[in-house]
Write a protein that binds this ligand. Structure first.
Ligand SMILES: Cc1cc2nc3c(=O)[nH]c(=O)nc-3n(C[C@H](O)[C@H](O)[C@H](O)COP(=O)(O)OP(=O)(O)OC[C@H]3O[C@@H](n4cnc5c(N)ncnc54)[C@H](O)[C@@H]3O)c2cc1C
Length: 491
């Protein structure tokens, strides 16, 4: 069976590895110069920056994906567990919370804010455990092709409180505002507003505690390279169209090939699209998507190389600005560059000095910002925003001398998400993970009308994040195999 995967993001590479491991002839095509998609890498003057995912969770999902492609993750990549995972700092006061998988230490960290909250940690984890098991482990590995599959899951989720807004669920257990923030912000990193996403995403905290947080030596890009190595990945190849039998403008038909921008035709029995699901209708020659889904917010990313180190920065540091709720409203639904700055900072040179030249730091700053539906002119706004960020770090977080120490610098704006990745409205995390855009209501892993067309990546089920897209790759590869067993294709 000839499979063409459109897009060498982690989901695309994951499904390709699985299908190649099962004996199929797989070609991956990507519009960019190198594979990785959002998990891209930037190199300059001895500094190495991951440009997307940096905190790796559920390492067993990586192990399983590699194994399905005939690879041993631990032979290919050196994985190091981070403990604590990250430091959370607040601009408003001097305190911090070190979040890690060691429960006793975590309890002590929480107790510095509230001893009553520290005493509720086990209750919180006990409440989230079944949500994780049912909502992530079980539901994340099955396709929600039929509405009844989703309806079947709902009573369990309602009973477990998993349909409540995440922040409200967390507030049932913890009283202190800082602790509530520390246990609810995680959904932002898959594009979800903690005040609106269902509490099923409380599982993101839980899985960090049960499986830990990990770092791949050389950065996350080492994983991309290891996955791409055994595959036929063709870069600089933009797919313009998916050719179908009959090639009608509407639905239906059967995939035949993908057509590249230079006119090349690559024949395919199966096409798996890892491109933005919000634009697949264009590849099919349809005027509009079958169902319109809302994209997530975007990100402004700043990559700094410094000629000195900043020990105040841990490997992962979360800098939370004033007014948590307003900050989140600004970045998810705002119409302007955020006034309040809450950022996530990755400093891999803290763990692996070789990520920067001697005595320097490689620093990656992620600021969630509205997507391109907001009328922001990034050509004029990015510069002042960069200056505000750097001076905020110096003033509010003690990184004095940061501005003067910068010797290499790059940025990525929502415009780059659109032009580089083809992300609709410059979204950073695909489709917003709200209840009415989840499971059956998300883009299904198999197209509902075109035979032989499947999807993988952050916009499909189960959703964004490295483990999310790799679990999705498993769901999609299994569906393809199941469909093939039912109606075998000619070899
Ligand atoms: C800034 C940032 C930080 C993140 N941090 C974390 C983290 O710490 N931990 C975590 O688990 N997750 C994190 N995530 C989420 C995670 O990175 C993504 O969910 C995941 O990498 C997306 O993978 P994907 O399979 O959806 O493919 P994508 O990365 O979206 O790749 C899709 C690929 O398709 C290609 N493509 C699109 N259209 C075409 C076309 N027409 N022809 C050819 N190729 C095409 C694109 O070039 C791209 O390479 C982060 C994301 C971002 C943006």
């Amino acid at each position: 069976m000839r499979v063409v995967v459109i897009g060498a993001g982690l989901g695309g590479l994951g499904v390709a590895l699985r299908l190649q491991g099962a004996g199929h002839e797989v070609t991956v095509v990507d519009r960019r110069e190198r594979p990785g998609g959002r998990a891209y890498q930037l190199l300059d003057r001895g500094f190495t920056w991951d440009m997307g995912p940096s905190l790796l969770t559920m390492p067993w999902v990586l192990e399983e994906t590699f194994a399905a492609g005939g690879l041993d993750l631990h032979r290919e990549v050196t994985m190091r567990q981070l403990e604590p995972l990250y430091r959370i700092r607040w601009a408003e006061d001097d305190r911090h919370l070190d979040f890690g998988s060691d429960r006793e230490r975590l309890r002590e960290e929480i107790a510095r804010f509230s001893s009553a909250d520290a005493a509720r940690l086990d209750d919180f984890l006990a409440a989230v455990q079944p949500i994780y098991e049912e909502g992530i482990l079980a539901a994340g590995r099955q396709p929600f092709l039929l509405a009844r599959d989703f309806v079947g899951l709902l009573p369990t989720m309602l009973r477990l409180g998993a349909a409540l807004p995440l922040h409200r669920f967390v507030a049932r257990y913890f009283q202190h505002p800082r602790v509530r923030e520390a246990f609810s912000f995680h959904s932002l990193f898959i594009g979800g507003d903690p005040f609106r996403v269902p509490a099923i995403y409380a599982a993101l905290v839980y899985l960090q505690i049960v499986d830990g947080g990990w770092y791949a030596e050389g950065g996350t890009y080492s994983i991309v390279e290891a996955m791409a190595r055994p595959l036929d990945v063709r870069c600089g190849a933009v797919v313009e169209r998916i050719e179908r039998s009959g090639d009608r403008r509407g639905g239906g038909g059967e995939v035949r090939a993908v057509i590249l921008a230079d006119g090349e035709r690559i024949p395919a029995d199966v096409v798996v699209s890892n491109a933005d699901v919000l634009s697949t209708h264009e590849l099919l020659g349809r005027r509009a998507p079958v169902r319109s889904l809302t994209p997530t917010m975007s990100c402004y990313l700043l990559f700094l190389g410094t000629d000195r180190t900043f020990p105040e920065l841990r490997h992962h540091t979360l800098m939370l600005g004033r007014d948590y709720r307003e900050t989140i409203a600004e970045v998810t639904r705002g119409r302007a560059v955020p006034r309040r700055l809450s950022t996530y900072v990755h400093t891999p040179s803290r763990t692996e000095p070789a990520m920067a030249p001697p005595a320097g730091d490689s620093i990656y700053v992620l600021l969630p910002v509205p997507n391109l539906r907001a009328p922001i002119d990034w050509g004029t706004e990015a510069g002042p925003l960069r200056d505000r960020l750097v001076s905020d770090y110096e003033r509010s977080y003690g990184l004095e001398g940061l501005a003067d120490s910068i010797v290499a610098e790059h940025e990525m704006t929502p415009e780059d998400f659109r032009s580089e990745l083809g992300a609709v409205d410059g979204n950073a995390f695909a489709v917003e993970p709200t209840l009415h855009q989840s499971a059956y209501f998300r883009q299904p892993n198999r197209d509902r009308s075109v035979e032989g067309l499947y999807y993988v990546g952050g916009g499909t089920h189960p959703g964004a994040g490295v483990p999310g897209v790799l679990l999705g790759a498993e769901v999609t590869a299994d569906l393809i195999e199941r469909d093939r067993a039912r109606a075998p294709l000619a070899a």
